[in-house]
Design a protein. Sequence first.
Length: 94
Amino acid sequence: MYISSDTDGNIKVTTEAARPEGDGVDGLKVKAVILKDGSVLTEREDVCTAVDRRTLAPQIVRDGESCSVNTQTLKIDAPKLWSTDDPQLYRCKV
């Protein structure tokens, strides 16, 4: 999982998932949830996207596996920026 954000509260979550080669993604979904102090701030669920393993570096997917790569963009209203004087921590669950 890779997470990036900006100061406007836009959060980009990219998830890579391996599955047995030949297994499709039909019916599979990925859900990202952003939490602060245990409360859900925003969440998003999308259908998984299959990736042609030939387009990936060989070290990413082992023989006999397929891969899904999904990128989701979520928005937090009025994000609080982290500082050493007032640390703000958010959690992301996928």
